[in-house]
Structures are given as C-alpha cells and as structure tokens.
Design a binder for this molecule. Sequence first.
Ligand code: RTP
Ligand code: MG
Length: 140
Amino acid sequence: MAIERTFSMIKPDATRRNLTGAIVAKLEAAGLRVIAQKRIWLSLKQAQQFYAVHAARPFYGELCEFMSSAPVVVQVLEGENAILKNREVMGATNPANADAGTIRKEFALSIGENSVHGSDGPDTAKDEIKFFFSDLEIVG
Ligand code: RTP
Ligand code: MG
C-alpha cells in the first residue's frame, strides 16, 4: 500500500453548523492524518476556478454560489491509499445514496450541500493541494 496525500474541503453547510471537529474526527478515525488545514472564505471567482471542471453542468452556478456563501476548511490528508480512503469515508455525492457511517450520510443536507469535497484521483489531488497550499504549510 502506498502512502498518499489528498485534498479535502469541509463545505459551507458544515462550517455553518459547527461540524468541523466532528468531520475531522471521522477522517482521523478512518486512519487519515491532517497534515495541513486552514479556514478560508472563497470568493465567487475562486469557487468558479476550483470547480471549473463542472462549468458546463446545470448546477455549476448554484454550486459556486454555495461554496462562496460561508467559510470552508481546506485540508491536506495523508495516509495509506488516502485518496480512495477519503472518498469512502465521505460517502456518495447524494447523501440519500451514502452508506451508513459515512460523513455525507451523517451530516449532508442534500446532493448540493453535501458537507465535504475530496479529490477523485492522484492528478486532481496534486492540483487541488497546490491550488490552496504552499509546501511550507504542509507538515507531514
Ligand atoms: P466533490 O467533487 O465535491 O468531492 O463531490 P463529488 O466528486 O462526489 O461530486 P461531483 O460530481 O464532482 O460534483 C461536485 C459537487 O457538485 C455538487 N452537485 N450538485 N445539484 C446537483 O445535481 C449536484 N450534483 C453535484 C455537489 O456539491 C458535488 O459534491
Ligand atoms: Mg468531484
């Protein structure tokens, strides 16, 4: 098994409800280590840039408005198979389809306001970490 790094974000619906610690506890219980973390407020432009891959999707406008509506917590997670492991602990995009015990099953409000983001592969993990963090901010 490989030690990997992945990018994670606690979304506005979760920071609003003061769920940052509860979500971090689930990540840590899954064997993921938080090696960088900061709370920031995305501008609409930053949200549009971050989710540019979804620009053609019908929910893009709503998604970017939501992501810039309150603070988020951005993180770098490290662990064995961290990318897949984080996707597993997050659960399905739509909380109605998420497995019991996952973050989205427990906390998400809807398919849009679904509490967390996680990179979906090695290339996006690298790009997304770089989007938010300098090397100096990541302490493995
Ligand atoms: P994420 O990128 O945030 O980790 O989520 P994901 O891979 O599970 O889902 P993705 O297909 O990449 O969609 C990105 C985010 O867009 C919002 N969304 N809304 N209203 C809708 O039908 C809809 N579909 C997706 C969600 O916030 C989703 O996480
Ligand atoms: Mg995605």
